[in-house]
Design a protein around this ligand. Sequence first.
Ligand code: NAD
Length: 309
Amino acid sequence: MSALCDGRVVVVTGAGRGLGRAHALAFAAQGARVVVNDLGVALDGAPHPPGPTGARPDGPAAAVAAEIRAAGGEAIAHGGDIATSEGASSLVTTALETYGRLDTLVNNAGFLRDRMLVNLDEDDWDAVLRVHLKGHFLTLKHAAAHWRAQTKAGRTPDARVVNTSSGAGLLGSVGQGNYSAAKAGIVALTLVAAAELARYGVQVNAIAPAARTRMTQRTFAETMAAPATGFDAMAPENVSPLVVWLGSAASDGVTGRVFETEGGRITVMDGWRPGPTADRGARWSAAEAGETVRKLLTAAAPPGAVYGA
Ligand SMILES: NC(=O)c1ccc[n+]([C@@H]2O[C@H](COP(=O)([O-])OP(=O)(O)OC[C@H]3O[C@@H](n4cnc5c(N)ncnc54)[C@H](O)[C@@H]3O)[C@@H](O)[C@H]2O)c1
C-alpha cells in the first residue's frame, strides 16, 4: 500500500524533541526519508556542556534518527545550528548528498527567553529573533536556491515548506515580546515565500501549534488524557498529521496559509484584512482624524485578547 510521503525526502529542524520529533516520526511512518536536525540546546538556547568525549550528552537528533531506523524507516541525523548559514546550507546538502533530493522542509527549531519587555535584555531579544526568524529564513533560502536550480534545469519540483509560528505571533503573548515578534515575522515570511516561490513549484504554509513539550510543560502539565476516550489533546503527535499532509504532494494548491492546530482541532487563520475605512480625499486635521478613528472603531470587530493579558 502506498503511503502519503513515499519517495519524498523531508528535513525537519529541531526534530530531536517535542513537536519536531513527532513530525519526523510521522513523516517516516508515511514513507519519507528524513533528515533529523537538532543542535541539542537547553530550553533557553544555551549549549549543553560537552560530555567527557566532547560530544553533546543527549544527541537528540541522533536518537530520533535511530528511533526511525529501528522502526524500519530511513533517517539521518544533522546536528548543526540552523540559525547559521553554514548549518542551514549543510542541512540541505545532507539531504542531497544522502538521499539525492529534497522535497519538504519543516522549520520547527527554536527556544524561549521569556521576560516582560522592561526586563528583556538585548541578548534575549537577539537570541530569540535569531533562532526563530533567521533560522526560518536561512533554511528556506538554501532550500529555495536548490529548488530554483531544479526548475531552471527543467525539473520543477513539487516542493513543500511548513513553517512554525505560534498563537503568540498571531495575537501576542504577555512576557513573550521577543518570541511574539519572531513568530509574527515568520507569518509574513511565509506569505512572501509562498508568493515568490510558486514559480519554482514550492508551496509554503505555516502552523501555529499547541502541545505539551518541554517548552510548555508548565502550561499544559495538568492537561491529561480524557478518561473516557484516552485522547491526550496536548500530545505533540496530534499536530503532526496536518504537517505531514502539508508537506506531502497531496496538499497540491494549498499555499500561503496559516493553520492553528491543537489536539483534534484545525483552524484556518484569517489574516489582517481592511476593516471599516474612511477616506476624506484630503489631509485630516489631527482632531478630525481622531474623531474618525473613534467612529470607525465602533464599527470594527474587537481585537482578539493577547495571551496572558
Ligand atoms: N509546544 C507548543 O505548545 C508550541 C506552541 C507554539 C509554537 N511552538 C513552536 O514549535 C516549535 C517546536 O517547539 P517544541 O515545543 O517542540 O520545543 P522543544 O524545546 O521540545 O524542541 C525544540 C528543539 O529545537 C532545538 N533547537 C533549538 N535551537 C536550535 C538550533 N539553532 N538549531 C537546531 N535545533 C535547535 C532544540 O534543541 C529542541 O530539541 C518551536 O518553534 C516553538 O516555538 C510550540
